[in-house]
Design a protein around this ligand. Sequence first.
Ligand code: CTP
Ligand code: MG
Length: 394
Amino acid sequence: MKISVIVCAAGRGERTGFSKNKLLVPFMGANALYHTLAGIKRLETVLQSNGDSLAEIIITATPRDMAEITAICAPLGGRVTEGGDTRTQSVYNALKLVTGEAVLIQDGARPFTSVGQYAACIDSVKRYGSGIVAMPATDTTVIAENGYIGHIPARNTVFAVQTPQGFLTKDIKAAYERAICDGGEFTDDGSVYSRYITPARICAVGTAANAKLTFKEDFERFENSAVRAVNTSGCAVGFGVDVHAFGRKLNYVTLCGVKVPCDEGLVAHSDGDVAVHAVIDALLSAAGLRDIGYYFPDTDKQYLNADSGELLKKVITLIADKGFKADGLSIAVQAEKPRLSPYIEGMICRMEELTGVPRERIAISAGTCEGLGFVGEKRGICAYCAAVLKDSGN
Ligand code: CTP
Ligand code: MG
């Protein structure tokens, strides 16, 4: 089946109090719209393995956001179209461009919809003609009448409606034509379909993670819980890599905090400890933080000839602030010179001192590049590190 996806992004996000559309503010390393679109790209791979295909992604945008949204969509694919004053109007505009047999309608403000939720929605459309992702209520809900409880629906009949919501294109187009004709305003698509076609089918696969970003606090909550949420095991893994070139008039290189005799040193703003830099990036990455250059810019004079070991200690406090402590390091150094094996034990001890990781969980391997590439030609040294963090319980 050819499936189109509409992403609603033409809102203003007024309830957040942000100065611009909530989908475009910095959020978890990108912005909410980017994450939503990235989720749809992951779905595309699954569709292909089921014999389905993605007809197109259509994104609604206000004229004010058109250029910015077009730029975000460019690498991920997708066609941007002008939205309307209401979500109903925006979806109506987008539906005109849909070519797929079925269409999924997704709020741009739900960046963490899982591929499984999209897939459940599609499956429901194939079997029943529609599929609305919804979360079973956990709280008792009531219908108020003049400020008093009027009616209490049985909790197992109550759902919080989310997106995606999927339909056969011809039906949802017909429903929206009538809704627009009637001048109706609906907060979701299942309401339009249920009003004009037939009751939409509920897919009870909604989750709290798929909740809509509506208030400023929703953004903060996700930012704070993100790292722990993806690492339910209480562990996080990160990877780092760094390179420095030879060429400094020195008779040693510093690696893992140890001075190793060499006929030249490594060129760097800091002490050039390429291995410690890889460790720092691995730790920051595991904790969901930015990279070494962000915290210790090489344009900043205070880091001129800096002892990288001191920077590493600061990074240990940064990850502690995120609730982590380092628990394992696997470091690999590629160097044609100097010979490192006599220094490995010393490096492991120093890394234990700097990071607090017990030495039995620190591994350092060293190798040459068999004369190949810049390492092989003795023009520089390259280091890699994989780091494991543990939830510190704080
Ligand atoms: N949306 C849209 N066109 C509109 C209004 C909303 O495409 N005229 C989109 C929003 O960008 C959002 C989704 O519909 O991704 C759900 O709407 P909502 O959460 O209400 O977002 P906003 O309207 O942007 O926020 P607010 O109501 O707080 O202003
Ligand atoms: Mg709104």
